[in-house]
Design a protein around this ligand. Structure first.
Ligand code: BTN
Length: 318
């Protein structure tokens, strides 16, 4: 009901009488008054004028499902949103829901995380209400060895969304770090639940520093606010990320991997550079030559031998 009232208020650009709300939503005037109090407690600013009624004058920048879903316009992603104030990690919540048959496109988002996870055992700093931290459940019909394609797809989608909302051109460091200059703006973590021959579901975790001040960021990181010099609506940023993710995911379903790969290469910071790639087995050094059709990085070592890496960390050599 609370979300119905917000939707109703949002659609109107003038005062709505208690009578109108009461008739349209079939609730008493006393109940409306209680809901208005509850909404104010959540951070909504609602003007109430005798004989005129109620008008919404400001909404909080919190990732409430009804805020994110308002005018979202996607078909699959974000149709179901699980919202938490604070969790250890949205990955764990999404993984659990994935095992309980949550529909494809389910999003788990949180205002803060106390144990945000990054790739290769690192953490993800997730201060309250500053960045966007969410995990998305996908159920692609893919063999497990092709799941890396989704990682690259997500990096492309987030980079495109960032460019649309802020004009900032973030570039991708293989496989899925988004950098502005040398500083990290966003990171993506893909974890899958697979059987031997097929993926059961994938959880894609996205961490994007939106309004995070320098004092709350690791030294090698940046935020949209720091880069653009203004504050962003996190709701709008998340909406755009979900739209772009859906666009690229549906396109991948129709046209396969080539269009994703082409765009990934255009946005890449890695190809053509001399790199050192660290993975649990050790280091490989050479020139980053290409990404193959599985999403693996091809490195030409000084001996001329070309090796492929599916996961790991690019550490710049030169
Ligand atoms: C990386 O760059 O190492 C990946 C970072 C991924 C962070 C996001 S924040 C939302 C989701 N929950 C997590 O615990 N991690 C991912």
């Amino acid at each position: 009901m609370l979300e119905d009232i917000v939707r109703f208020l949002k659609k109107s650009d003038s005062y709505l009488s208690g009578e109108e709300i009461s008739q349209s939503l079939s609730i008493s005037r006393a109940a409306i008054w209680k809901y208005m109090q509850e909404l104010r407690r959540l951070g909504y600013e609602i003007a109430a004028v005798p004989h005129l009624g109620y008008q919404l004058t400001a909404s909080p920048d919190r990732l409430f499902p009804w805020e994110v879903q308002f005018d979202l316009g996607t078909k699959v992603l974000g149709q179901k949103i699980v919202y938490e104030d604070s969790v250890p990690s949205t990955m764990d919540v999404a993984f659990k829901l994935g095992g309980q048959k949550a529909p494809e496109g389910t999003v788990v988002c949180a205002e803060s995380q106390t144990k945000g996870r990054g790739r290769m055992g690192r953490g993800w700093v997730s201060p309250k209400g500053k960045g966007i931290y969410f995990s998305l459940i996908l159920r692609p019909k893919l063999p497990p060895n092709e799941a890396a394609k989704l990682t690259l797809l997500c990096a492309v989608a987030v980079a495109e969304a960032v460019a649309r909302v802020s004009g900032i051109e973030a570039r991708i460091k293989w496989p899925n770090d988004l950098l502005v200059g040398k500083k990290k703006l966003a990171g993506i973590l893909t974890e899958l639940h697979a059987e031997t021959d097929r993926v059961k579901f994938v959880v894609v975790g996205v961490g994007l520093n939106v309004n995070t001040p320098e004092s709350q960021l690791p030294t090698d990181a940046t935020s949209l606010r720091l880069e653009a010099g203004r504050v962003f609506s996190r709701v709008q940023v998340l909406q755009e990320v979900l739209r772009e993710l859906e666009h690229w995911y549906l396109r991948f379903g129709r046209e396969g991997f080539p269009p994703v790969l082409e765009r990934w290469k255009e946005l890449s910071l890695t190809l053509g550079r001399r790199v050192r790639v660290a993975d649990p087995a050790g280091f490989v050094e050479g020139e980053a030559k290409d990404i193959d059709e599985d999403g693996g990085l091809l490195i030409r070592q000084d001996t001329g031998v070309i090796v492929k890496r599916m996961a790991g960390d690019v550490v710049w050599a030169h």
